[in-house]
Design a binder for this molecule. Structure first.
Ligand SMILES: Nc1nc2c(c(=O)[nH]1)N[C@@H](CN(C=O)c1ccc(C(=O)N[C@@H](CCC(=O)O)C(=O)O)cc1)CN2
Length: 293
């Protein structure tokens, strides 16, 4: 058997088409602000991609490229300024941050209504409680990918390998919401293969090239590879996932790397920016109504 390839491009295009339609119903063009500290090559390339795609669908986009040495205080001050700017609809701080800056207080400083990454504790709480809010981009993108290819999670056993705050944990919340039975496995899980073989839907989000091998996968499972690993090639580095390519001989469907989940992360970010602008519009109108005697 050779697995059906679940390519991210068409699913991302569908998300972007929907975001474009919603954009035309807004009175003002949403403005995305992306903050990057330092010159980490992967971060530079992801931020460039976000800025390019935002402009392509008709959003305003500003990249704040700050020096590696920028202090946490200076970063918090910039976030405070953007929080109070009613023309700034989305704020995102590219991760990882340099070591001298703590991630948690920085994320917590972002206005939850402008937190287009969906990482603020208030959005995390909404996600687990099933309340409206802004969902994190990669997990929401994964769910959009499954929906696009008509793959239902309801009643199925989902195993996520990886427990990060960015992917593993929020993906578990979204799969639970979609009525899957969810297991999160991680680096300390004994006999990982015995756990992954239970999965009808297997998600790999660890960041270890080729970790998931064919004998770890149930025949006919759907395998979603969220890992992005740069490995040295003979001439230049190349990107590979957490799933070994031979898994395609066992799985019924599988996402490639690159060209799988990656494009959905960016598309979902832009969908979240439009959503954030909508939420802020309603929020402002509700405040005005309350203030009117
Ligand atoms: N603030 C955030 N930081 C980070 C996030 C995030 O969601 N918010 N996620 C990752 C990196 N990331 C977005 O920032 C990201 C990763 C991968 C891709 C992507 O399109 N990948 C392509 C390959 C691109 C390439 O050639 O390098 C693919 O997989 O096909 C987009 C965004 C960590 N930081």
């Amino acid at each position: 058997m050779s697995a059906r390839e679940l390519r991210g491009g068409p699913a991302a295009d569908a998300l972007l088409a929907d975001a474009r339609t919603r954009l035309s119903d807004l009175s003002a063009t949403p403005h995305l602000h992306v903050i990057r500290l330092g010159e980490d090559p992967a971060s530079v390339s992801y931020v460039r991609l976000k800025d390019k795609k935002a402009r392509e669908i008709g959003l305003h986009s500003t990249v704040h490229a700050l020096g590696e040495e920028t202090s946490e205080e200076a970063l918090l001050e910039l976030i405070g300024t953007l929080n109070h700017d009613e023309h700034a609809h989305g704020i995102l701080v590219q991760l990882p941050l340099p070591r001298h800056v703590s991630t948690e207080p920085v994320i917590a400083a972002i206005d939850p209504f402008k937190d287009v990454d969906g990482f603020h504790p208030s959005n995390v709480g909404s996600l687990w409680s099933g309340l409206p809010g802004l969902p994190p981009c990669t997990p929401a993108g994964v769910m959009a990918m499954l929906a696009h290819y008509g793959i239902s999670a309801a009643g199925r056993r989902a195993v996520i390998v990886g427990r990060s705050n960015i992917v593993g944990k929020p993906l578990a919340a979204l799969l639970l919401r979609a009525d899957a039975t969810v297991t999160i496995a991680h680096s300390r899980t004994p006999d990982l293969a015995q756990v992954t073989r239970q999965a009808d839907l297997l998600f790999a989000a660890v960041g270890r090239a080729g970790l998931i091998t064919p004998e770890m996968v149930q025949e006919g499972a759907v395998v979603v590879d969220v890992g992005i690993n740069r490995v040295r090639g003979p001439e230049r580095d190349r990107l590979v996932g957490d799933v070994h390519p031979d898994v395609a001989t066992v799985a019924s469907a599988m996402t490639p790397v690159p060209g799988g989940v990656g494009p959905l992360t960016v598309a979902q970010l832009l969908a979240n920016t439009v959503r954030a602008a909508e939420l802020q519009h309603y929020q402002r109108h509700a405040a005005l109504r309350q203030a009117t005697p």
